[in-house]
Design a protein around this ligand. Structure first.
Ligand code: ADP
Ligand code: ZN
Ligand code: ZN
Length: 748
């Protein structure tokens, strides 16, 4: 009896039920062509109607009685069409990042959902601009901030998308109604798909690229025209003109009849950014964002497939826009953690972009002021081509950075959270009526244990990451589970000032009010931004100088330009430096660079104060100088020494269950299975754990982790495949779920 191959076929990929597959037998003559992603024709239903489908899986096992399985009528030959290519990509994602084919297909293919079309509307001025300005001043004077905000936007652009007005500008319906009654604005239904900017307003004024920018665009375009495809990394400080470079290359690629995907982090998808692209590319741009419904996404993907647009801008998921003629993928701020999916399959957009580009003969441009170690390393080995933009495009003076040693403050008997230097500069700015941002580079309360006298931090002897304090009794490592009791005296200097380190934004706000009673203070963190429109409200209040000091977490450092901000204070740089995660130094370096970039963006020169117990730490020293190369060199030494990514690869298995005992037991058994497997196959992999996750319990689920390190990614894929098989066949852990994450971006 000959060996038979069976294929899982999906019939209608635009349907929500991507997991609904039908098994067909592969006739011998099609064995070589029957690959995942291949388009097929099959007989369907009682009448044996001939319909189109795609192969999404292959196996040697029939799922039903053999005699009931029909053969595939035909495997269609010819150029790969968009669906096959995306199904192939889904399969690659499943193999590379774990999870099921169904998870992967849902990620890659936008599905049709029965939706009612939302009426598309615009908001526009019914008065001329001069009059609008008068109203604007009037509303400002009356502290009618919402009305003023809308008018300000309408003065810049006379017609706005209704959705943008509601969601981006945070204008309520009653505010709109009010303005309409006053005869200042009107809301009208618009034709679907129309972009919000009127044709005549697209007057695009090109900037003259400087020499550095020109050299980059010339080379990329030259290589592109010569048919060479590559991955480029543009390393350039914020404001060095990366976006202008993207636009130039995008225009060239579009002119060659190709289509382009531009990924930007959700938080940077501001009206201003989007407007720059609308101005240059007009109606042929489409924006995706996470607030769009599945139906809206589906519409956009149809437009893309029909070739009605040339450029799609959006967050991670925009990567799967079904362009038939994709020529270029650009990823801005490529180091951002939001490019890694938090749900299975936990794919990284940069890696998927490189794969998709390879499949479609496209190029990739990555850009960042602080590239991820992964990307920079690839640039160093020549896998990516590196370009540098070394100066700001507009001649802004880089800020002056002060590093303050908090141990010295303690010696001077200053126990407040503000150093003498920071206090002095805050007072100075308040007197000059300039603005201040106080930045806490971590949400909530951090849990590492450190000495206020000498700065010593308690670390795991095995993993070289900070131990996390639990109830001020014991300290735990969240990679390997190592524990020890809290020390009462510092093991280095004998001081009794050793304790869990913790300061929250609320506490900082309280202390600012106490120390500077006259100052107007705003706070922005996860607590104050819970309500839907509070985020925009706080930012616009600060932008219109209704406050002197803005206290906040990372939320405040991304992408906002406040010309009056001339002082940025980082209260405790150590907060992100010792979070018990191997990427802590990298994250700190990025945050400090970003925060420093907030000061003195305009004509007024800026100053930055970094307070720390570790003024000598390389991530602080190099960030203060804006010296990425030195940071990279030092950090790579640590990653090599400890075999952390990108020096090696790391696979995480997360086990969750509502039943704590099950979670523990499953993690112990999975750990034993891994040990056995790597022992038998003599794989030089290192297993760490099982241990309780840093976040020990979330939404009533107990969380346990196991990490496996190895130099070869493929070896880890082998271990994952083995585990997926093992977990599928043990029936004991039906109350547990298992997730994989390769080279995790954040701590668990
Ligand atoms: P990045 O993306 O690196 O942060 P941008 O492209 O946004 O930088 O540029 C920062 C600012 O400088 C923008 O206002 C941009 O219009 C301006 N700019 C960029 N390049 C030039 C140039 N060659 N001449 C004049 N202005 C420029
Ligand atoms: Zn000490
Ligand atoms: Zn450890």
């Amino acid at each position: 009896m000959s060996f038979q191959t069976y294929a899982d076929i999906i019939i209608d990929i635009s349907n929500e039920n991507l997991d609904k597959t039908y098994q067909y037998a592969v006739p011998e003559k099609y064995l070589t062509q029957a690959k995942i992603g291949a388009p097929v024709v099959v007989s369907f239903g009682k009448g044996n109607r001939q319909i189109n489908g795609y192969i999404v899986g292959l196996s040697g096992e029939p799922k039903v009685e053999k005699s009931k399985i029909k053969p595939i009528t035909e495997v269609v030959e010819g150029a790969p069409i968009i669906e096959s290519h995306l199904i192939y990509l889904a399969d690659w994602i499943k193999e590379t990042f774990g999870g099921t084919m169904n998870d992967a297909l849902k990620t890659v293919i936008p599905v049709r959902k029965a939706i009612k079309h939302k009426e598309e509307k615009t908001v526009s001025l019914t008065v001329d601009i001069e009059q609008a300005k008068l109203f604007y001043y009037e509303f400002q004077r009356k502290n009618n901030t919402a009305r003023a905000r809308l008018l300000e936007a309408l003065i810049k652009e006379q017609t706005l998308d209704y959705e943008d007005v509601v969601h981006k500008l945070n204008i309520s319906k009653s505010t709109l109604d009010g303005l309409e009654q006053l005869g200042i604005t009107k809301t009208v239904a618009k034709q679907i798909y129309r972009n919000p900017i009127k044709q005549q307003e697209q007057a695009y004024r090109p900037v003259i690229l400087n020499e550095e920018q020109r050299a980059i665009t010339d080379q990329i375009t030259k290589e592109y025209k010569a048919g060479n495809r590559a991955v480029y990394l543009i390393h350039g400080v914020t404001g060095s003109g990366k976006t202008e470079v993207y636009m130039e290359v995008i225009a060239d690629v579009i002119a060659m009849g190709k289509q382009v995907i531009l990924l930007i982090p959700e938080i940077a998808l501001t009206y201003q950014t989007v407007l720059r692209f609308y101005k240059r590319f007009g109606d042929r741009v489409s924006i995706l964002n996470s607030r769009m419904s599945q139906g809206e996404r589906y519409d956009q993907s149809l437009r893309a497939k029909r070739g009605e647009i040339d450029l799609v801008i959006g967050p991670r998921s925009a990567l799967f826009t079904p362009f038939l003629n994709l020529g270029l993928i650009v990823i801005d701020e490529e180091h951002e953690t939001s490019y890694k999916s938090e749900t299975t399959p936990k794919y990284h957009a940069v890696e998927v972009a490189v794969k998709r580009a390879e499949l479609t003969n496209a190029s990739v441009i990555l850009g960042s002021a602080t590239p991820s170690l992964e990307s920079y390393r690839r640039a160093m080995t020549g896998e990516y081509k590196l370009f540098q933009l070394r100066k700001r495009a507009k001649e802004a003076i880089p800020p002056k950075v002060w590093i303050v040693d908090l141990r010295e403050e303690l010696k001077k008997k200053n126990k407040s959270i503000f150093s003498e230097k920071l206090k002095e500069l805050i007072a100075d700015r308040l007197a000059k009526k300039e603005q201040i941002m106080l930045f806490l580079n971590r949400r909530g309360y951090a849990g590492f244990v450190s000495c206020r006298s000498c700065g010593h931090v308690m670390k795991c002897p095995h993993c070289d990451v900070a131990l996390t304090s639990h109830n001020n009794r014991k300290m735990v490592c969240h990679y390997c589970g190592y524990e020890e009791p809290h020390p009462s005296l510092c093991p280095t200097c004998g001081s009794k000032f050793i304790a869990a380190f913790g300061t929250g934004t609320q506490k900082v706000e309280e202390l600012v009010r106490k120390e500077f009673p006259g100052a107007r203070v705003l706070r922005m963190d996860t607590d104050t931004t819970k309500k839907k429109d509070s985020y925009g409200k706080i930012l616009s209040a600060f932008a219109s100088h209704q406050a002197d000091i803005l206290v906040g977490t990372q939320m405040i450092v991304k992408g906002h330009d406040f010309p009056l901000v001339t002082l940025v204070g980082i209260i405790a740089a150590d907060l992100s430096l010792y979070v018990g995660d191997f990427r802590a130094s990298e994250r700190t370096f990025q945050l400090l660079c970003q925060a420093a970039g907030r000061a003195g963006r305009d004509v007024l020169p800026g100053e930055v104060v970094i307070q720390t117990y570790h003024p000598e730490h390389y991530s602080i020293v190099t960030a203060a100088k804006g010296d990425y190369e030195s940071f990279y060199k030092q950090e790579m030494l640590y990653r090599k020494l400890m075999q952390y990514p990108p020096a090696a690869h790391m696979l995480l298995l997360l086990i969750t269950s509502k039943n704590e005992e099950s979670a523990i037991e499953a993690s112990v058994h999975a750990g034993e299975a891994i040990k056995e497997m790597i022992g038998e196959q003599q794989i030089a992999a290192q297993m760490i754990g099982p241990a309780t996750a840093g976040l020990a319990k979330a939404n009533d689920y107990y969380r346990r982790v196991i990490y496996i390190k190895h130099e070869e990614y493929n070896t880890l894929i082998g271990i994952k495949d083995y585990l997926e098989g093992y977990l599928a066949y043990t029936q004991y852990y039906s109350d547990c779920s298992f997730q994989f994450d390769f080279d995790p971006m954040s701590s668990y």
